[in-house]
Write a protein that binds this ligand. Sequence first.
Ligand SMILES: NC(=O)c1ccc[n+]([C@@H]2O[C@H](COP(=O)([O-])OP(=O)(O)OC[C@H]3O[C@@H](n4cnc5c(N)ncnc54)[C@H](OP(=O)(O)O)[C@@H]3O)[C@@H](O)[C@H]2O)c1
Length: 184
Amino acid sequence: MPGSSPVPEGHVFIACSMDGFIARPDGDIVWLTSRPVPEGEDFGYAAFMYGIDRILMGSGSYLKVLTLGDWFYQKPVTVLSRSLTAEDVPEHLQGRVEITGETPGEVFGRLGAAGVGRVYVDGGQVIQSCLREGLIRRMTVTRIPVLLGEGLALFGATGPDIGLTHLRTKSWDNGFVQSVYDVG
Ligand SMILES: NC(=O)c1ccc[n+]([C@@H]2O[C@H](COP(=O)([O-])OP(=O)(O)OC[C@H]3O[C@@H](n4cnc5c(N)ncnc54)[C@H](OP(=O)(O)O)[C@@H]3O)[C@@H](O)[C@H]2O)c1
């Protein structure tokens, strides 16, 4: 539509078990964070974050990150939640975190009008919602060599198939395998 703002690109950068879980059923991610990694290796995270304007995550991920202590995000964060309110943002994060009951499409539209170009989409359920709404442009998925058997799934019901184009895959000596896909 002439004059309308471009919709930002949604980008995913996430790790999951070989059987596709991002956390244990209770949200535990120690199986991931305690893994030995090559010294100084960040698996491309800093370079990825450099190109990101805004982070969009679900309340599940937000509440988990709050328990980890340090707030390590350098970019503004939008939290999707139908149950949390602005009062659930601690004082030291005010101005850096917003909570909204908007749909992903509404958030992307608002961010596009504000000039945001690239959104890092995080949290399994929110990634799934954004995929269904056609908001994800690229996904970087790092497979961790472990089978958890059960947990919080990275992917779920999609409706129609969502085609992916494989761009590249890289592996490390510790068994991490990272693949990058464009959606479509
Ligand atoms: N392995 C990794 O790299 C990685 C990365 C990120 C997160 N995690 C882990 O994954 C867990 C959280 O993931 P998750 O999939 O359970 O949750 P999530 O996607 O982070 O959050 C889901 C919640 O967001 C809220 N929400 C609001 N609007 C939504 C919408 N349109 N679509 C989906 N959700 C919406 C809902 O809660 P309310 O509306 O009730 O608030 C929903 O329950 C945490 O344990 C976190 O540590 C792992």
